[in-house]
Ligand binder design. Structure first.
Ligand SMILES: [Zn+2]
Length: 83
């Protein structure tokens, strides 16, 4: 992987999830004659913090480097031998 910062991967996954969710909601809205913008607001915009937190939690537990950097914080990169 070219970019190894957890932040980069988090943003990348977030964009994919939001894009797919938008597509899904558009389809559902059309089929059921619902207000698309209202649905997006309710199920995506209002959930963006939760979605972001879930991605971060998942990445932190699965691929984030467990090393501690000089400042005493946990390293913000992915694990070296992650595959
Ligand atoms: Zn590290």
């Amino acid at each position: 992987m070219k970019y190894k910062s957890i932040n980069f991967i988090t943003n990348h996954l977030y964009e994919i999830i939001i894009k797919d969710s938008n597509c899904l909601i558009e389809k559902i809205s059309q089929e059921h004659s619902l207000d698309c913008e209202e649905m997006k607001k309710k199920y995506i915009d209002n959930q963006s913090d939760i979605i972001n937190n879930n991605i971060q939690k998942m990445l932190n537990s699965k691929i984030r480097c467990l090393g501690i950097i000089k400042s005493g914080c946990q390293c913000a990169r992915t694990r070296k031998n992650n595959s």
